[in-house]
Design a protein around this ligand. Structure first.
Ligand code: MLT
Length: 305
């Protein structure tokens, strides 16, 4: 199992639970070996490796699957998912089911489980940022994901797309000033060593699926397939509880133990929301039509217009 993040975050907690469950349910006959911190390649590389059957399992951020299966982009459009409850509703409902089928069709990988990592907040090493205009002059790293690139462009900056596995070093060497990821990830990756400020925005909710090579899945016996699916469902439940139990204390530790400063976005985040949400129509084609977004919002009790 490849994992993009270091040990100590939501990816690892979910992956470890899955590995334990597989061990238990097979009476110790099957063991899952975990390789955290991008040891098996960048998150996007692991999708290609799994698709070709060179890697069995990978835990990675959803934004790094979108380039291979664009309909998944509905989950990374800014300000669609804004809470853990929203994330649960979409991933565990019909929409999640449909998107999981699409990843098999488009990318040859099967979503077994979801890790819930929380809102992507913005960190930087230079100055307090409260409005999008405060970003001027900062170089921000983003995943290679068109939706996230477009969001930053609406906020007035040209972000630098970069693989996750290169991000810590780029922050450390000052190649980039900032990035966005959830509190739990910032802590697990020790970004507090190279970042001082966090702006508490919630523009994308970080979902991190566990994917399995579909060719590997199809090579398993029906009983083993059932075990794998069941372990995936149970690991999803575990991950949701883990987020709710740990996010607040991690946020506190980033401030109290690691000296980070948390900045509230100005005017209730309204400028961030208005500007980033204006990109939605540009991605209707790639997510499978405007109606896909309307369905997602409806499932969350909201209207598109
Ligand atoms: C990214 O920023 O590329 C990912 O969200 C990082 C992660 O998997 O935690």
């Amino acid at each position: 199992m490849a994992l993009g993040d270091a040990q100590g975050g939501t990816q690892y907690a979910m992956g470890e639970k899955f590995a334990e469950l597989i061990h238990e349910k097979t009476d110790g006959q099957v063991t899952v070996d975990m390789f955290p911190n991008g040891q098996l390649g960048s998150e996007q590389d692991t999708v290609s490796s799994a698709s070709m059957g060179l890697l069995d399992l990978s835990v990675l951020a959803i934004n790094n699957i979108t380039p291979f299966s664009p309909t998944v982009g509905v989950l990374t459009l800014p300000y669609v998912i804004t809470s853990p409850e929203d994330a649960k509703t979409l991933t565990q409902g019909e929409i999640g089911q449909q998107l999981a089928e699409n990843t098999i069709r488009d990318a040859g990988v099967r979503v077994l489980s979801w890790a819930y990592s929380g809102c992507r907040v913005l960190s930087n090493s230079s100055k307090p940022v409260a409005t999008p205009d405060d970003l001027k002059g900062l170089t921000i790293r983003v995943p290679r994901n068109e939706i996230m690139i477009a969001s930053y462009q609406e906020w007035g900056v040209n972000p630098l797309p970069m693989a996750w596995s290169e991000t810590f070093t780029a922050l450390q060497q000052g190649v980039v000033d900032g990035q966005d990821n959830p509190y739990i990830t910032i802590n697990a990756m020790k970004f507090y060593e190279v970042q001082d400020y966090i702006t508490d925005i919630c523009y994308v909710f970080s979902l991190e699926p566990l994917i399995m090579s579909e060719s590997k899945f199809q090579s398993l016996s029906p009983d083993m397939q059932e075990i794998v699916l069941e372990a995936g469902r149970e690991a999803t439940t575990h991950s949701y509880d883990y987020l709710l139990e740990s996010e607040e204390s991690i946020k506190q530790a980033l401030v109290e133990e690691h000296g980070m400063q948390i900045i509230e976005p100005a005017n209730g985040e309204s400028e961030w929301i208005e500007r980033a949400s204006s990109i939605w129509p540009r991605f209707y084609d790639s997510i499978g039509g405007e109606e896909r977004l309307a369905e997602a919002l409806q499932a969350l009790g909201r209207d598109l217009n």
